[in-house]
Design a binder for this molecule. Structure first.
Ligand code: NAD
Length: 440
């Protein structure tokens, strides 16, 4: 990672000595990221509700347990949580605005605004459906308005939603680069789990030798998981380094090989007995305009990014290796949502991953398991460091947080989805993109 964010760091250094404003360059906010032992929030939280407020009571209890102070009548707050899950009418929507307008003014730098809203498809009447959907537009807009690294997100909840691990993630520093997102939370699949940790969970990470995959391995291991690090034989040395520092095992494997799924299952059975978390992270690009695309480029990208995931998932589902409360997380891309010039093969593969996740979620729910996708936007890696300066700076800036994300931001999001306690979230695509304007 060293040396990849030089110009951004330079701007940050300049901003610290006050030159940036003098030059008229917008300040780049310093995001708050997870530090072991740090409090959930850096200040008090304001919790409110429109409607019956049963989730507001749950959230307040969670915050009390975490030692977060309740907001006084005035002064800055580190988080604002509004339970609007009972909103049904335009009058309710007006009450939401009445609550949020003064609350947003009080939001501190790197603050968290979290709304809980009802599912439009479950609305009892047309006005209620319109109001439920209105929250989507409201949150995506306020996410573009809040400044200084603050984020705004919406949880669309069913009345029986298991919200704990998701609320904790969105309020915490772990969600630093997740902004302007709408995530559905329902009842937990299988048996709801209480522990919000990865301790004792066995996690496979493909493409773990470097970049985002290495960060995923490090982050899941930090939170207690045992790592099975998978990458191609040519990356063997760095793969061993990741396995060694995380205390896990390494498996040199080209995931496109015909026997790849069998070899992975054998490794899991023999070395670990089972698997709890599968992170499909390995991915490649072979960019070319469609008019100039050859079959080799097309097939290579589809083979790594989609075909291998389909084959491994099929093998896992047909095996006795996939543990109870298993969690599968696929790394997609905002290119798979927005499309990108020169990336028909890559965007097709990543959109295909999203289709796979949605189709598999109901099947997995029957066995208490979930599957979700994360879609990174501009993440500071060796890949993005090699971009031409202009493209790179543009990529960094066209999002609400006005900077690129870090591999750890993708990893923290996967850690949340990988928790047994996150059984209320399945079939979702969560963008880790700072609310990128691409495909927004
Ligand atoms: P990277 O190229 O640094 O790392 C990818 C890893 O996958 C490498 O270690 C590589 O050896 C491994 N790999 C490739 N083919 C493999 C195969 N056949 N079998 C096993 N391992 C294989 O990429 P990254 O930037 O860390 O990206 C990780 C994931 O995130 C990819 O799926 C990528 O598409 C996605 N993504 C990245 C960004 C970004 O900004 N960097 C943005 C959106 C999505």
């Amino acid at each position: 990672m060293s040396g990849v964010s030089t110009s951004r760091d330079t701007l940050r250094d300049l901003s610290q000595i006050g030159l940036v404003q003098a030059l008229g360059v917008p300040r780049i906010p310093q995001l708050r990221r997870f530090v072991a032992g740090a409090p959930l929030l850096d200040g008090p939280a304001l919790v409110g509700s429109v409607g019956d407020g049963s989730f507001a009571k749950q959230v307040q209890a969670l915050l009390d347990d975490a030692g977060v102070a309740r907001a006084a009548d005035e002064g800055k707050v580190a988080a604002v949580v509004l339970d609007a899950s009972g909103a049904r009418t335009l009058d309710d929507l007006a009450a939401i605005q009445q609550f949020l307008t003064p609350a947003v003014k009080r939001l501190a730098p790197v603050g968290r605004l979290l709304l809980l809203g009802p599912e439009p498809a479950d609305a009892p009447d047309v006005e209620a459906a319109a109001v439920a959907q209105a929250l989507d537009g409201l949150v995506r807009s306020v996410a573009k308005e809040v400044r200084a690294g603050a984020t705004a997100n919406l949880l669309v909840v069913t009345p029986d939603a298991d919200i704990t691990s998701t609320v904790l993630f969105f309020l915490s520093a772990r969600s630093a680069y997740v902004d302007g997102q709408v995530v559905r939370v329902g009842a937990a699949v299988g048996t709801p789990e209480v522990a919000d940790t990865l301790t004792g969970r066995v996690a496979v990470v493909t493409g773990a030798a470097r970049g985002i995959g290495a960060a995923i391995a490090d982050t899941l291991a930090r939170d207690g998981a045992t790592i099975v690090a998978v990458d191609i034989p040519a990356a063997g040395e760095s793969l061993s380094a990741v396995a060694n520092r995380t205390g896990g095992t390494a498996l040199q494997l080209d995931i496109t090989a015909p026997d790849a799924a069998d070899r992975l299952l054998t490794h899991l059975r023999e070395r670990h007995g089972h698997v709890d978390i599968v992170v499909h992270n390995a991915g490649i690009t072979r960019d070319k305009l469609l008019a100039n695309m050859d079959a080799d480029r097309w097939n290579a990208v589809l083979a790594v990014n989609l075909r291998a995931q389909l084959a491994i998932n099929t093998a896992l589902l047909g095996s006795d290796v996939l543990g109870d409360s298993a969690r599968i997380v696929s790394v997609a891309s905002t290119s798979g949502i927005a499309g990108n010039r020169g990336q028909t093969n890559y965007a097709a593969s990543k959109a295909g991953v999203i289709g796979m996740v949605r189709a598999l979620a109901p099947q997995l729910a029957q066995r208490g398991a979930t599957i979700n996708a994360v879609a990174p936007g501009f993440i500071e890696t060796d890949m993005t460091a090699k971009m031409p300066l202009g493209t790179r700076e543009a990529g960094r800036r066209i999002n609400s947080l006005r900077q690129g994300g870090l591999p750890v931001d993708v990893a923290e999001t996967i850690g949340w989805l990988g928790r047994a306690a996150s059984g209320g979230v399945t079939g979702q695509v969560v963008r880790v993109c700072g609310q990128s304007m691409l495909g927004a």
